[in-house]
Design a protein around this ligand. Structure first.
Ligand code: HEC
Ligand code: HEC
Ligand code: HEC
Length: 443
């Protein structure tokens, strides 16, 4: 037997043992019972008459909560019917298809009891007892009260039923064995509702409940370890997902939201942009489907909570000198191609064109989003409060890898910014990956 085979067998054995222990532990404890109590932090502070958030009608409240949870984003395939499932999620380990959660009896969740539904959404266990893949963010939804989750179920029962059987997951061995997720759960999943911090205000707790729970901001913004669990002790400190970088969401003044006021953060989540930044890619979708629908009280609560996080200890490096070769080239390219929109002072246009000056996203440790935006261009989210979102043109046809690297290095090290240069290799790799995934054509 080769060393390689033996290592694999050993790894397999360890995984099976962990999964076995977890399975036994789970079943000894039994599923979480439905909790009838309504904790304080579930109610939105919004007192506007007719507010969906505080409606006594569970269907109306459920619509608001489903928007907060952004269920539609994953559970709708491109061009498909809402909630009918089928969207392929690339987990980094393999593909999982989001389920049909319309009230269809055969292929949806029409015949499900409250307990079966809660067991899936907050415990991560499917109807027939097998664990779900954590591509469904049950580890976040576990924090949500049963009343809120059941209101979502009441709302989902009113959407049109669609008969649509979604494909089985494509996972390589051993991840194709669902039971392996018992092991994942044992290591990374803490199954309990949000526990309020009595030392903090009601508003802060409401914000933490939304950010960590239904809003599942952590799913994209918290760093993950090599098997996809949240890295301990680094909540919301930035993570790279599928060619995008979701920046740190703490009060760190360099790579977090330290320069943003609470009002500016609320504005970004409501309209998709503010003086600092304009949301693109996955965040534009999150704003469009989800955060634009939050009422102001809930948005403010989230902002208050995020602004209280001390964040990472990433320190500002020294900026590159203006006579650095990449900086000289970058400055020329910027003046010729970018300054018309982003302005020669790097300040952009409030709510329309991303500002580069002092921006955390621009100085992020990982430049994936920036490279991607320059190669592909993008379009910010058109929202109710900001119906005319502007677009960023693509430059893949115009700028070489060296030119792209130089202009990004320049914007990361000008107007008081300081961050590691973007290398030609990074741009070349991004281009190859985007071509492989057929996002970028050959030109
Ligand atoms: C980030 C993507 C994502 C979001 C957001 C999401 N889901 Fe899911 N959900 C999935 C995936 C993927 C599966 C299938 C997992 C699997 O096959 O193991 C799933 C499975 C489920 C299931 C189990 C269905 C079945 O047939 O087993 C239910 C119920 C469900 N989701 C409800 C919800 C609700 C309610 C929300 C909003 C509060 C929501 N989901 C938000 C990705 C998501
Ligand atoms: C599906 C993944 C995803 C989810 C869920 C998500 N984000 Fe983001 N977020 C991103 C990405 C990617 C970016 C970077 C977008 C860009 O470069 O324009 C971002 C950017 C941001 C920014 C701007 C940061 C900056 O420095 O420019 C804020 C603020 C933000 N997100 C807040 C939130 C909050 C609050 C939530 C939860 C309600 C959330 N996000 C949920 C992916 C996500
Ligand atoms: C026609 C106007 C226009 C021009 C020219 C333009 N941009 Fe943009 N840019 C935008 C807009 C609008 C946004 C915000 C909306 C979006 O991201 O889609 C943006 C966003 C960006 C972002 C932010 C992406 C993120 O992750 O937050 C970067 C980086 C960027 N531009 C770089 C450049 C560079 C480099 C050039 C020149 C090579 C350039 N832009 C030229 C309009 C423009």
């Amino acid at each position: 037997m080769s060393v390689r085979t033996r290592t694999w067998l050993l790894r397999g054995l360890i995984v099976v043992v962990i999964a076995g222990v977890a399975f036994v532990a789970w079943n000894l404890r039994g599923p979480r019972a439905i909790d009838p109590a309504e904790p304080d932090f579930t109610g939105s502070a919004d007192t506007t008459p007719g507010s969906l958030a505080t409606s006594v009608d569970p269907v109306k409240r459920g619509l608001y909560l489903a928007q907060q949870g952004d269920c539609v984003a994953c559970h709708t395939a491109p061009g498909g019917k809402p909630f009918a499932g089928g969207l392929a999620l690339d987990t980094g380990f393999g593909i999982v298809y989001a389920s049909n959660i319309t009230p269809d009896k055969d292929t949806g969740i029409g015949g499900w009891t409250d307990q079966e539904y809660l067991h899936a959404v907050r415990d991560g266990v499917g109807r027939h007892g097998a664990p779900l893949y954590p591509a469904m963010p049950y580890n976040d939804y576990a924090l949500v009260s049963d009343q809120d989750l059941l209101a979502i179920k009441a709302y989902l029962a009113t959407v049109p039923a669609v008969n649509n059987k979604v494909p089985a997951p494509h996972m390589p061995f051993p991840f194709d064995i669902r039971q392996m997720m018992w092991g994942w759960n044992l290591l990374f999943f803490r199954n309990h509702t949000y526990v309020a911090d009595s030392g903090q205000s009601a508003e802060w707790n409401r914000g933490a409940y939304l950010v960590q729970g239904l809003g599942h901001c952590t799913a994209c913004h918290t760093p993950k370890n090599f098997i996809g669990g949240d890295k301990g002790g680094q909540p919301l400190q930035g993570f790279q997902l599928q060619g995008w970088y979701a920046p740190e969401l703490s009060n760190n003044p360099y790579q977090g939201l330290g320069q943003w006021s609470v009002e500016e953060l609320v504005g970004y989540l409501k309209t998709g942009g503010n003086v600092h930044s304009v949301a693109s890619g996955p965040m534009a979708e999150a704003v469009y489907n989800s955060t634009q629908h939050f009422n102001d009280a809930d948005l403010k609560a989230m902002a208050v909570y995020l602004k209280s996080l001390p964040g990472s200890d990433h320190k500002r490096p020294d900026a590159l000198q203006a006579d650095d070769q990449a900086m000289v080239l970058g400055k020329q390219i910027y003046a010729a191609n970018c300054a018309a929109c982003h302005i020669s002072t790097g300040q952009g246009v409030d709510g329309m064109v991303t500002s580069f000056k002092g921006a955390a996203g621009i100085q992020a440790p990982d430049a994936s989003s920036l490279i991607r935006t320059v190669l592909l261009g993008s379009r910010g989210a058109a929202t109710q409060a900001n119906p005319t979102a502007a677009a960023m043109p693509n430059f893949s046809w115009k700028l070489s890898d060296a030119q792209t690297a130089a202009v990004l290095t320049y914007i990361r090290n000008s107007w008081g910014n300081a961050a590691a240069p973007v290398t030609i290799d990074q741009v070349a790799n991004a281009r190859t990956n985007l071509k492989a995934r057929e996002v970028l054509g050959d030109r």
